[in-house]
Structure formats: C-alpha cells, structure tokens
Write a protein that binds this ligand. Structure first.
Ligand SMILES: *[C@@H]1O[C@H](CO)[C@@H](O)[C@H](O)[C@H]1NC(C)=O
Ligand SMILES: *[C@@H]1O[C@H](CO)[C@@H](O)[C@H](O)[C@H]1NC(C)=O
Ligand SMILES: *[C@@H]1O[C@H](CO)[C@@H](O)[C@H](O)[C@H]1NC(C)=O
Ligand SMILES: *[C@@H]1O[C@H](CO)[C@@H](O)[C@H](O)[C@H]1NC(C)=O
Ligand SMILES: *[C@@H]1O[C@H](CO)[C@@H](O)[C@H](O)[C@H]1NC(C)=O
Ligand SMILES: *[C@@H]1O[C@H](CO)[C@@H](O)[C@H](O)[C@H]1NC(C)=O
Ligand SMILES: *[C@@H]1O[C@H](CO)[C@@H](O)[C@H](O)[C@H]1NC(C)=O
Ligand SMILES: *[C@@H]1O[C@H](CO)[C@@H](O)[C@H](O)[C@H]1NC(C)=O
Length: 537
C-alpha cells in the first residue's frame, strides 16, 4: 500500500496539470467517458435539504442540514449494463471516498445514507443497482439477466470506478482512502465487491449481510410456510409474538449473567417452549396449543433439507419483536419474488409449491452472480492491505444472525489453514438486542447505535456519526479509518442507546460490542448501563 506521503506527492503532481471542474452539468460531464451522462448537478449551500427526485421510489426521504456540497446524478449505459448513481462532493473535502449500499431488492439511489457519509467530509456515492423498484419488489428481475448482474455486482463496481474518476477530477487530487459501508443487501454488496474487485476499497464495513443470497431468499419463503396457512391449527397469530418474546426474555435474559432486558448470549439459553402451553387455568389468548408449539420449534430450528443438507440457520431467541417473515398471509416477497422472478418460475408460482428443488436451482444458477461466497477471494483483499469490519444484530428477524456466524466460520476454515490470521484484516462483532441493521425493541432497549449503515436515518434526516461521541471508540466508520490509516485495529466498539432514540434525549445505555468469539462480561460492580463496567472475554 502507498504511504500517505506518496499519495500526497501524487496529489501535488496531479494538481499542477489539472483543468478545474465546477459543479455544473457540462463541466462535470467532462470527467466521464461517453458511457456516462450527467443527469443533473446542483450546488447546495451549508444547511440545505437535498430534495430527492420523485422518481426515486426506493429512497424517497430527503436528507436535511447538509454540509455545503455538489450533488450529482449520473446515468450509465455500458453494453447490457444500465445503471445510475448519485454523488455528494463536499466543499470541504477530507480526501476520502465512501460508497454506501442498498437494501433488499431496492433499485434507487440511497441519498439519505449518502448524507450520513457527507457529514464526515467524504465524497460519497450510492448506486441505484441498475433498476427501479422498492425494497421488496423483485418483478424487474424476470428474464432480465442484465438487470440481475447489475444488481448482483456490476452496478456497484462500475459506479465506484466512475464516481472515483469524478471525485479525482473535481478536486484535481487523487483520493487518499476509499471506504464502503452498507447493511443487509448493502452488506452483501460490500462483500461481493471485495471478492471480485479487491482494489476498489481500503476498508469495507458490512452489516447484517445478505451474503448467502441463493440460500437466504429460499429460506425466507420456507420460514414463512411454517406459520401458514393462517387458517390452520398450527398458525401462530402475530398477536402472540409479544407473549413468546416475553417468555424468551424471562427464561434467557439471565443466561449472560445480568438481568437487564438484553439477551446477550441466546445460545447459552436452554429455552423451554412448553411453559407457553395452554392449560385451562391460563388466559387462552396468551398461550400456545400443541400444534402452535410445533411451529415455534420449527422457527427456532435450522432449515435442513434432503439428506440432512444444511440450508440456512434459524432466527435467534430474542428476535421475536421483528418476526415480519412470519406475520403475513403469505411468505415475504423477498422470498417469493426471488423464486418467481430471479429463478424465473413465473408469477403463477406460489409458496405451496416450495420444495428443495428451489434451493437446488438457486445453487446451480445463483442469479446475478450475487452470492458472496467466494471465501478464497478474501486472500487478495487481505494481500492488498484491505480491512473488513462485519457486524450483525442478535435480534435480527429478517436475516438470521447465525448466517453471519456461519460466514465467519467459512472464512476462517478457508483462510486459517493457509496461515492467515483473520484478526489482522477481518473482525466480526455481534450486537446484542439490535434488530435488522438498526434499532432495538422497546421492551429491550439495547445499545444499538454506532453509525453503521442505515442507522443515522433511524434517528433523523440530519444526523451523521455518533453525536456526542465522535471518536473511533464509538463510531464504526471512524474505527475503520483508524485501522486503515493508522494501523489501529478495533477490539471493541461502544454502542449507544438514547432514551426514545431521539437526539434531544439523554444517553440511556452504552456497552462495548465484542470481537467474535469474545463475549460481553459485566464486572459485577457499578452501573450496567455504563460501558466501563463491561469487558470482552
Ligand atoms: C439549519 O436549517 C434548519 C432547518 O432545516 C434551521 O432550523 C436551522 O436554524 C438552520 N441552522 C443554521 C445554522 O442556519
Ligand atoms: C420508477 O417507477 C415509478 C412507478 O412505479 C415511477 O413513478 C418512477 O418515475 C420510476 N423512476 C425512475 C427513476 O424511472
Ligand atoms: C463496462 O463494461 C465492461 C465490460 O463488461 C466492464 O469491464 C467495465 O467494468 C464496465 N465499466 C463500467 C464503468 O461500468
Ligand atoms: C387475556 O389476554 C388478553 C390479551 O392480552 C386480554 O386482552 C384479556 O383481557 C385477558 N383476559 C383475561 C380474562 O384476563
Ligand atoms: C440423497 O442421497 C441419496 C443417496 O446418497 C442420493 O441418491 C440422492 O441423490 C441425494 N439427494 C439429493 C437431493 O442430494
Ligand atoms: C388469511 O389470509 C387470507 C389470504 O390468504 C386473507 O384474505 C385473510 O384475511 C387472512 N385472515 C386473517 C385472520 O388474517
Ligand atoms: C461470476 O463470478 C465469478 C467469480 O466469483 C466469475 O468467475 C464469473 O465469471 C462470474 N459470472 C458472470 C456471469 O459474471
Ligand atoms: C420518551 O417518550 C415517552 C413517551 O413517548 C415520554 O413520556 C418521555 O418523556 C420521553 N423521554 C424523554 C427523556 O424525552
């Protein structure tokens, strides 16, 4: 890797021969090859709102109180590849580049997550992934190989390459460091990108990654079928989910040594669902029948199919408050649309037709080449000095937390025998009580905020970083920068929970997240809500 000094020398050389580019459409266009067209460019004075174009149905919320910046949107046509991306170029640029990710099947530019990155002074890019749709709509993929490949990996790479060219031209300076931060599909995009294009980013932060696409999506349908049809005796009404969640809390909260509404070690809990069984003495709307208990046992079991083949891990104890995959009258679209439109079974396909053949087809085809399972390829990312931070909430009800633990173990199994010390470039953190990417149930109140992807948007449209705690101890992106730029690797990241999750409120709790496989341990003295009373062991 080049030293900062070498980078600065290169910067000086570049500045001397540069032609200035300004924040207008024609000028910015000159930074691009003919495949890219600038749709618009708009300079935003400090404290502006960026009004997201109405056409962006995936990410309609407009970020507010921005740093002064040039907002640019670009369209690209490159053979069968067709995508767009947005860029914020701050007036007071700090020499860094950040790409942010998307969610689910969404096709659109994620301006809100870009704004959180802009707050650090970085040039920030988001791709629309090559199509136009909301998060849970997969119809665009039907017999559309080009759009699938764009979603799978091409749009992220192409957008990154072009946005870096734009950044370099706009500032007449090379980029000092490049980063990536995304969650869910965004986590997958980061992992897929570093597997295919290890040179794109110096540091990748991947949250709750939807990395195992060809198993995750079929599992999403499979788990939905456990609780269907809604007229059957085995159906558990969503009204009972809080009852189940409360019983899990009662039995499992103390398994980590502290009763504090946060289940930090769900796998240490020997949960007995039979305590929920209906008896005549019980309130019949707050208990489960024997067939319902069977459904509950399935929900907490791995999906294993023909010949004992492990397909996907189960949701964890403590995820009940986010059981959206189990609450509909049919499975979630993120499962069914994948089968219908990514595997091309067609709109008439229905969940009642689900069988192991779906998983086998997904394995064989891997639509869009999206699945980020090229563990071997992390060697190249490591060799070029890349760093990877990975995290996952234990209360995630959309992507089973165990899929991240499994990812870690697959990477370990692949690289450790070759003598690679994973800690030197890849670190994984579990987040007790956090739901999918962001937030915590109001019965749990776990510290969940550390400026990961999508998190700022949960607090407000104007937040960037960790207000009140702008340092590498509390902010995962700053932690990544310290690692890449100063060689200081994070061993813990302190997560924050504000009362009511608004910035006017005071801090309720802080607690360190531990580097896997370490676990949080309370000292037994002082306030459990203070980070300093905890350690990772
Ligand atoms: C920034 O804009 C907000 C409204 O979006 C306004 O309330 C605030 O006073 C402005 N701050 C400054 C420093 O202009
Ligand atoms: C996306 O589709 C919607 C209709 O569903 C449309 O209103 C919008 O303009 C489209 N956006 C783009 C960028 O094409
Ligand atoms: C354009 O397509 C070519 C050929 O598929 C590919 O190698 C290149 O990365 C693409 N470039 C961009 C900017 O999308
Ligand atoms: C039974 O539980 C339901 C749901 O919590 C509650 O609305 C109802 O009042 C309870 N009935 C009795 C008799 O306690
Ligand atoms: C299961 O195992 C049997 C016996 O080895 C084999 O014939 C069959 O093809 C396997 N089925 C699948 C779906 O892998
Ligand atoms: C059950 O699902 C059907 C659709 O399959 C729906 O029409 C009906 O309203 C649902 N019933 C309940 C009680 O949710
Ligand atoms: C899919 O990715 C693999 C590397 O993981 C690559 O060898 C292959 O060419 C890709 N296929 C397509 C269609 O892009
Ligand atoms: C949090 O919200 C609750 C109910 O909405 C309210 O009663 C309480 O005052 C709020 N707490 C703070 C510190 O604002």
């Amino acid at each position: 890797m080049r030293t900062t000094q070498a980078r600065l020398a290169a910067a000086a050389a570049l500045t001397s021969g540069a032609v200035a580019i300004t924040c207008d459409k024609a000028s910015l266009q000159s930074a691009f090859p003919s495949i890219a067209t600038v749709d618009f460019a708009e300079w935003l004075p400090a404290n502006s709102t960026f009004n997201v174009p109405k056409a962006d149905i995936a990410y309609p919320v407009s970020p507010t109180q921005l740093r002064a910046a040039c907002a640019v949107q670009v369209s690209v046509k490159n053979g069968t590849s067709n995508y767009g991306f947005g860029v914020f170029l701050p007036d007071d640029w700090n020499g860094r580049f950040l790409a942010v990710g998307n969610g689910g099947f969404a096709g659109g530019i994620n301006w809100l997550d870009m704004a959180a990155g802009l707050g650090y002074g970085m040039a920030v890019m988001s791709t629309d992934t090559g199509h136009n749709s909301t998060t849970s709509n997969g119809k665009w993929a039907y017999h559309n190989e080009g759009a699938l490949l764009d979603w799978g990996y091409r749009a992220m790479h192409g957008s990154t390459v072009l946005a870096k060219q734009l950044t370099t031209a706009y500032y007449s300076n090379p980029i000092l460091y490049s980063y990536y931060s995304g969650c869910s599909t965004g986590g997958r995009q980061g992992l897929r990108n570093l597997q295919l294009y290890p040179e794109d980013f110096d540091g990748v932060v991947a949250g709750a990654p939807a990395w195992w696409t060809n198993h995750l999506q079929p599992w999403t349908t499979k788990i939905g079928t456990y609780n269907l049809p809604n007229t059957s005796a085995h159906h558990i009404s969503p009204a009972l989910f809080p009852v189940i969640g409360a019983e899990v809390m009662r039995q499992c909260d103390g398994a980590d040594g502290v009763v504090d509404t946060i289940i930090s070690n769900p796998n240490a809990c020997d949960f007995n669902p039979d305590t929920l069984l209906c008896t005549p003495a019980k309130n019949q709307s707050m208990c489960l029948t024997p067939p319902q208990l069977s459904t509950l046992r399935q929900i907490y079991s791995d999906y294993v199919d023909t010949n004992q083949t492990f397909v996907f891990p189960h949701l964890w104890l403590g995820s009940e408050a986010q059981w959206v995959l189990l609450s509909g009258n049919q499975p979630n679209n993120l499962g069914d649309d994948y089968v219908k439109y990514f595997l091309n079974r067609g709109p008439q396909w229905q969940w009642q037709d689900f069988d192991y053949g779906v998983v086998q087809q997904a394995d064989a085809e891997d639509p869009g080449n999206a699945t980020a399972d090229d563990f071997e390829a992390l060697s190249a990312f490591n060799a070029r000095g890349g760093k990877l931070l990975h995290y996952h909430g234990m209360g995630d009800g959309l992507i089973a937390t165990g899929s991240s633990v499994y990812l870690y173990s697959k990477i370990l199994e692949t690289l450790a025998p070759k003598g690679v010390n994973l800690d030197s470039f890849y670190r994984f953190f579990l987040v007790p009580g956090m739901q999918h990417c962001t937030g915590t149930a109001n019965t749990v109140n776990a510290p969940w905020y550390f400026a990961g992807a999508n998190q700022a948007a949960t607090l407000s449209t104007s937040v960037s970083g960790v207000p009140g705690f702008r340092d590498a101890k509390h902010d995962v992106l700053l932690a990544m920068m310290e690692w890449v730029e100063k060689g200081v690797a994070p061993t813990e990241i302190i997560a924050t929970k504000w009362v009511n999750d608004t910035l006017q409120d005071k801090v309720m709790r802080q607690r360190p997240l531990c580097m896997w496989p370490k676990k949080q341990k309370w000292s037994g003295k002082g306030d459990v809500n203070e980070a300093s009373t905890w350690s990772c062991e």
